[in-house]
Design a protein around this ligand. Structure first.
Ligand code: ADP
Ligand code: MG
Length: 383
C-alpha cells in the first residue's frame, strides 16, 4: 500500500528551512454531484497522498517542481501572477494567489511536489496538491488557519484561478479526514460528523482507466441543468435557494415547467441527499448491507437520472455486486469514467481484486488498476 515515505522527495540542498506537508486523495462513498447544491456527501480520505516540500528563497522567485511530471517551472513572487496558464502549476499558483488574498505573506519559495494519487482518475489529486501546497505555504509563513478556511481557500484556487467548477467536498475531506472514518459533510453549513468504517471492511477502488473526452463539458452541462432546475423551483417556492432546500414534492409540482432532463437531474440530487442520510444511519449502526443497498440505489440514480455514468463504470459495478464479500458498489466522483468504490469484507478483498480485474478485462479488454484502501487521516505537516 502507498506510504508517505514512498512518495516523499527531498529535492533541495540541505540547510535552508524546509517544511514538508502531505494531503490525501479521497473517495466518495455516497452523495454524488450534491456538493455544489448545498447537499450531503460522504467522502473518506484514502492512503494516497501528495507531498509538498518547501523552502524559502530570497530572490522573489517561485520555483515549482513536479516529480510526477518531471517538470520545473518558475514564476515571479512580486507581483504574484493573477491568471492561470492552463498548466499543472496553476494548482499551486492558484493556492498561493488565494492564500495571499487571505492575508498570508507569500514571498519567493521553492516547492517540490510528489504524489501517488493517480492524476485525473477521480480520486482528487487536484485537492491533494492544493491542500498540501496550502499547508506548506502556511508553514513557511508561520501562519495558522482553521481547516475549513484552508479548504475554502483551496476551492477558490480551483474555481477562480484554475477555472474548474468543483464543489467543496474534495478540499474539505483532504483537510478533515480521519483514519478509519468517513465524513458526513453538510455542504451548506460545512458541519460534519465522523462515521466509523468497521475495521474488517476495505474500500476497494476500481479505476476503469477511461476518461471520456466529453467529461469536462458534461460536468459543466450537468451544473447548468441543475441551475436551471433550481431557478424554476425558486420561482415555485422562493425559499428554495439550492436543491438542498427542495423536497421531492416540490419537484413533482414543478415537473410540467421543466424539460425532462432537468427534472431527472434534480430528482437525482434531491433523492441522493436522502440516501446519504439513510446510509449514514446504517454506517453508524454497523449495518453494511443497508449501506450497500443505498449505494446500489445511488448508482442507478446517477446512471439513469443524472446520466453521469458510462458503460465501463456500469460493467465494474455489475461485476462487483455478484462477488463474495462485496457489500456495495457504485461509481464515484464526477463520472463519465474514473473509478468505482466498493465496500468489501477484508478477508475477501484480494480475491475480489483478482476476480474483478479478470472479468473486466474479459468484458472490455481493459486492465483496471485496483486499489485496496483504508480510510485515512487528513492533511498534516511532517516536518
Ligand atoms: P483528479 O482531481 O480527479 O485527479 P483533476 O483533473 O481535477 O483530476 O486534477 C488533476 C490535475 O491536477 C493534473 O492534471 C495536474 O494538472 C494536477 N496535479 C495533481 N497532482 C499533481 C502532481 N503531483 N504534480 C503536478 N500536477 C498535479
Ligand atoms: Mg479534481
Amino acid at each position: 500500500m502507498a506510504s508517505l515515505d514512498k512518495v516523499a522527495t527531498q529535492s533541495f540542498a540541505a540547510g535552508a528551512p524546509v517544511a514538508r506537508c502531505a494531503a490525501p486523495g479521497r473517495v466518495n462513498l455516497i452523495g454524488e454531484h450534491t456538493d455544489y447544491s448545498g447537499g450531503l456527501v460522504m467522502p473518506a480520505a484514502i492512503d494516497f497522498h501528495t507531498v509538498a516540500t518547501i523552502r524559502s528563497r530570497n530572490d522573489a522567485r517561485i520555483v515549482l517542481y513536479s516529480q510526477n511530471l518531471a517538470e520545473e517551472v518558475a514564476y515571479p513572487a512580486d507581483p504574484l501572477p493573477v491568471t492561470a496558464r492552463k498548466h499543472w502549476s496553476d494548482y499551486p499558483m492558484g493556492v498561493a494567489w488565494s492564500l495571499a488574498q487571505e492575508g498570508v505573506r507569500v514571498g519567493g519559495f521553492e516547492l517540490s511536489l510528489a504524489g501517488d494519487v493517480p492524476l485525473g482518475a477521480g480520486l482528487s489529486s487536484s485537492a491533494s496538491i492544493e491542500v498540501a501546497t496550502a499547508l506548506a505555504l502556511l508553514a513557511l509563513a508561520g501562519a495558522e488557519m482553521p481547516l475549513a478556511t484552508i479548504a475554502l481557500a483551496c476551492q477558490r484556487a480551483e474555481n477562480a484561478f484554475v477555472g474548474a467548477r468543483s464543489g467543496i467536498m474534495d478540499q474539505f475531506i483532504a483537510c478533515a479526514g480521519q483514519q478509519d472514518h468517513a465524513l458526513l459533510l453538510d455542504c451548506r453549513s460545512l458541519e460534519y460528523r465522523l462515521l466509523p468504517i468497521p475495521p474488517h471492511v476495505r474500500l476497494v477502488i476500481c479505476n476503469s482507466m477511461v476518461k471520456h473526452e466529453h467529461a469536462g463539458g458534461q460536468y459543466n452541462a450537468r451544473r447548468e441543468e441543475v441551475e436551471e432546475g433550481t431557478r424554476i423551483l425558486h420561482r415555485h417556492r422562493p425559499s428554495i435557494l439550492t436543491l438542498r432546500d427542495a423536497r421531492e414534492a416540490d419537484l413533482v409540482e414543478c415537473r410540467q415547467q421543466m424539460p425532462d432532463n432537468v427534472f431527472r437531474r434534480c430528482r437525482h440530487i434531491v433523492t441522493e441527499n436522502k440516501r446519504v442520510e439513510i446510509a449514514a444511519a446504517a454506517l453508524e449502526r454497523g449495518d453494511l448491507l443497508a449501506f450497500g443497498a443505498q449505494m446500489a440505489e445511488a448508482h442507478r440514480s446517477i446512471r439513469d437520472d443524472f446520466a453521469a455514468s458510462c458503460s465501463e463504470l456500469d460493467t465494474l459495478v455489475a461485476i462487483a455486486v455478484r462477488l463474495p464479500g462485496c457489500y456495495g458498489a457504485r461509481m464515484t466522483g464526477g463520472g463519465f469514467g474514473g473509478c468505482t468504490v466498493n465496500l468489501v469484507e477484508e478477508s475477501k478483498a484480494e480475491q475480489f481484486r483478482q476476480a474483478i480485474h479478470e472479468e473486466y478485462r474479459t468484458t472490455t479488454g481493459i486492465d483496471a488498476d485496483i486499489y485496496l484502501c483504508r480510510a485515512s487521516a487528513g492533511a498534516t505537516c511532517l516536518t
